[in-house]
Ligand binder design. Structure first.
Ligand code: DX5
Ligand code: ZN
Length: 216
């Protein structure tokens, strides 16, 4: 069964506890936490104080997506703030293999995120060590953007790479996911679907999570 990871980026920060509890009570599987530094992406989101407040109330795993330069400087801090999955960007890391193992050595899952222009083939020599491949289906930086159709091809490429290597990596899709494309994404091979705008802009976010989970 595919996992749904609502993105806190689209939550109401003035009512963060309410939104976290809504996700706790919903059929969502993970909390998706977008950390942006204003350097790797043209936006700044939030850092440790906010993450710690989320952790205090969340009853589901925190899936942290780092859109920051030199991500390895902060792996330990994010683990300490409650991350169970940490994904860093291939484009932001000089030593991808070392970073993957630094995360796994802390006993949590390691993900590598790829921007829309980065081919999946760059992961060929480390796919066996990766727990999660995060395919960006928009250019990272903002919620509510239009889904990039080439993502379907990248899911197929990732599936092929995973099958060839015997890797157990999950495929996560991030950006522009909603009720209109989720079924096709899952049928193509996606395992984890991030949804920000689709969930939080809906009049009934909990019901939207149900719809994303059941394709209804
Ligand atoms: C974009 C973030 C996404 C974003 C998804 O840089 O990585 O996680 O919040 O938002 P939607 O679902 O609104 O495209
Ligand atoms: Zn994200």
């Amino acid at each position: 069964m595919h996992k749904i990871a609502p993105s806190i980026l689209s939550a109401d920060f003035g009512n963060l506890q309410r939104d976290v509890e809504m996700i706790n009570a919903s059929e969502a599987d993970w909390f998706h936490i977008d950390v942006m530094d204003g350097v790797f992406v043209p936006n700044i989101s939030f850092g440790f104080p906010v993450l710690k407040s989320i952790q205090k109330h969340a009853t589901k795993p925190l899936d942290v997506h780092l859109m920051i330069v030199q991500p390895e400087r902060y792996f330990q801090d994010f683990k300490d703030a409650g991350a169970e999955v940490i994904s860093f960007h291939y484009e932001a890391s000089t030593h991808v293999h070392r970073s993957i193992h630094a995360i796994k050595d802390m006993g949590i899952k390691a993900g590598v995120a790829l921007n829309p222009h980065t081919p999946v083939s760059v992961l060929e020599d480390c796919i066996a060590d990766i727990d999660l491949v995060l395919l960006m289906s928009v250019n990272p930086g903002f919620g509510g953007q239009k889904f990039i159709e080439n993502t379907y091809k990248k899911i197929r490429d990732t599936k092929e790479l995973i099958a060839k290597s015997g890797s157990k990596a999950l495929i996560e899709i991030d950006g522009g996911v909603g009720a209109g494309n989720i079924q096709k994404l899952v049928e193509t091979g996606a395992d984890v679907l991030v949804a920000g705008n689709a969930v939080f802009a809906d009049a009934d976010p909990k019901n939207m999570i149900h719809r994303l989970k059941t394709f209804s």
